[in-house]
Ligand binder design. Sequence first.
Ligand code: PMP
Length: 466
Amino acid sequence: THGEVPAQETVDDASPDESRLQPLIQPWPLAGSIGKTDLGLILAGDGVYVKDALGRSLIDGPAGMWCVNVGHRHPSIADALRDQAMTLTYTSPWYTSNNPARELAQMLADRAPGDLKHVFLTTGGSSAVETALRLMQFYNNVRGRPQKKLIVSRQGAYHGSTYLSASLNGRPRDHDWMDGATELARKLTCPDPFRRPEGLSIDAFEDFLEDEFRTMIEKEGADRIGAFIAEPVQASGGVLIPTKAYLTRMQAVCREHDILFIADEVVTAFGRLGHIFASQAVFGVEPDMITFAKGVTSGYFPLGGVMVSARLFDELRRSNHPDAMFAHGLTYSSHPIGCAVAIRNIELLENGILDHARAIAPYFQERLKTLEDLALVGEVRGIGLMAGIECVADREHNNPLQIDIEVGKRIDRHCQDLGLLVRPLINMCVMSPPLVINKAQVDSVVEILRQGISKTMDDLRAEGLW
Ligand code: PMP
């Protein structure tokens, strides 16, 4: 903890007045409940804790949205933010440059794998993915391959909420009521070993996934596929960790067919897996582009970006169209405050927090794994400081629970009463705490989850739902 959090006004009853509609529309609302939010009100944060309007102190299990990596209320980041605001708040990224952006770009280039020596800065993850995809389109237009534009993603993927990035999302509900660039998007099987096709060994599953990609390339034509995009660990899909050689095999197929390999590291970069970038350090791949956001500023400022291979820009420079313009840019690309925050954040990560994250990760995973003895829990899986606890209807067959039971939400409700914020994800709880979490706090997380899941089992039994 970083000292005393200023006192916050709490309320006796934080539940909303049903008769009053809220002006604020929160993300992912159901049509029938727009403006009728029943979400908990968070007032303050400090280290791994947040404080809600009921006066409760809660461990921030999801670190916001996998992002508050150095923990809440870090004075050094607050200083960097304030100092930059008092030096240069903003300057145009079009016709001027600024020192924090240049310095951050150099830091990122020094730390990225392979020849990812350039970075385009954006405002978050969706705009980073959108930028990577538009750059692929530009690249292929300039090279005289205007038909090479299809983008391959996977079932279970999450890449963002802008039109093109959202078109790549692979969860059914993402598309049920929303349009997308279906003419450009193609999906492969989710590489989730836990839910692999019945009867396949893990090795056979990996073969199956590679063969499926090759078959798709044959069918569509390599000359029509521009990019393959993959989260190294599917995060919002439920913390799905692919088999060992999956990513290297997919990368090899991409290289064979001149398909750009984009690693979406919006969640996995900046310490979640113990490294600034995880692609090479953890998975042994060298993507052509890496998208990042969230942890780059630990959530203190909206910022994201795309690392891009120097080879790609060399090719563009040497093309027949050196005057072609990549007509793409955001007002807040290279934002000086965001960049100053990111620089300080990376310094903090490298001054002990990454080491701590790597050291505590095995303990975090081991302790969470003990929850597998609960009858509702089908699997606890994880890597680094991210984990998913998947609940099932019947452990013998790992049958999924009915979605409308909302088991994740039920567990979250109990856990909040006990002092832990859980990110519920249908039938799953997702944990990705601030990287500064200590052993005693890990113990609390696990103990609270055990109680919260046990109480949920009691409820489900009492209601005849399980
Ligand atoms: N890619 C991945 C892997 C993500 O998890 C997310 C956000 N959860 C995004 C992209 C989109 O990022 P943002 O919400 O910052 O636009």
